[in-house]
Write a protein that binds this ligand. Structure first.
Ligand SMILES: *[C@@H]1O[C@H](CO)[C@@H](O)[C@H](O)[C@H]1NC(C)=O
Ligand SMILES: *[C@@H]1O[C@H](CO)[C@@H](O)[C@H](O)[C@H]1NC(C)=O
Ligand SMILES: *[C@@H]1O[C@H](CO)[C@@H](O)[C@H](O)[C@H]1NC(C)=O
Length: 232
């Protein structure tokens, strides 16, 4: 809950709490879904029928980082985006994935963005503190979160979710680079999901929070068969 406190005191966002219900969209209805396998090599559908594309379809970003195969978490079923990472050893101040109108992004529409991080036992580079990777995540130019991942990662990936209103016809999700004093950043997957404007909390975001984003702080299982069930 440390993160929540930090966010409540920061410039972003009042409140939070996204239950499973809003996230469990029908897999058949993938309209507007973009699911990026960072470091991946080919398109595929996962066991849930979600279509993944490698980040080489996201413009120059894939050429700015290196890809590495990692052993995915034990609960996953092959193929999974958690079997590769993209990491950015260069000296740019940030490395950005950009969702555009090509991915259906429209100014003022609401989206869920989820980034996942699974390096498994170790990252393929030296970090400032052994067995710990720290770097920042940005949405547009605002700080989204400060990642602080202990290695080895156990059981399942770290992930961050945010619900935002697009401020233009594109959404930039950036990893802050090593040149700014953080560790070399890495990422496993990044997904974009359009949110229906009829959703209560989307309406709340538009009407009451000055269009500031909502962070997903905690997930409560309202009936998924197990804690390991992957949420789409
Ligand atoms: C992979 O998916 C992308 C995005 O849908 C598409 O543009 C591309 O043609 C696909 N590539 C192959 C080899 O099917
Ligand atoms: C970044 O790295 C490139 C290639 O290694 C180098 O040419 C360039 O001078 C570096 N830029 C800075 C600002 O350190
Ligand atoms: C990362 O987390 C560890 C353990 O909670 C903490 O000791 C450390 O100060 C954190 N590092 C950063 C940069 O936040």
């Amino acid at each position: 809950m440390m993160d929540v406190k930090r966010y409540l005191s920061s410039q972003w966002i009042p409140i939070i709490l996204c239950g499973l219900s809003v996230c469990c969209m029908q897999t058949e209805a993938q309209a507007g879904f973009t699911s990026i396998d960072c470091g991946g090599t080919a398109n595929y559908s996962d066991v849930n029928g979600i279509s993944w594309i490698p980040d080489s379809y996201m413009g120059a970003i894939s050429s700015e980082g290196d890809a590495k195969y990692v052993d995915p978490p034990p609960y996953t079923t092959d193929p999974t985006p958690l079997s590769t990472i993209r990491y950015f050893p260069g000296n740019h101040s940030k490395y950005c994935y950009v969702f555009t109108s090509e991915h259906g992004v429209q100014k003022d529409s609401a989206y869920l963005v989820r980034a996942s991080f699974w390096a498994g036992s170790a990252v393929p580079y030296t970090t400032q503190v052994p067995n710990r990777v720290t770097f920042d995540l940005l949405i547009y130019t605002d700080l989204w979160d400060e990642m602080n991942i202990s290695l080895p990662q156990i059981d399942r990936e770290d992930f961050r979710e945010i619900d935002i209103l697009a401020i233009r016809d594109s959404i930039e999700v950036c990893l802050v680079g090593k040149s700014t004093g953080t560790d070399i950043p890495f990422i496993s997957s990044l997904v974009l999901r359009p949110l229906d404007s009829d959703l209560k909390y989307v309406d709340h975001m538009v009407q009451w929070t000055g269009k500031r984003p909502l962070l997903s702080a905690y997930r409560i299982n309202y009936g998924a068969p197990s804690a390991q069930t992957y949420i789409r």
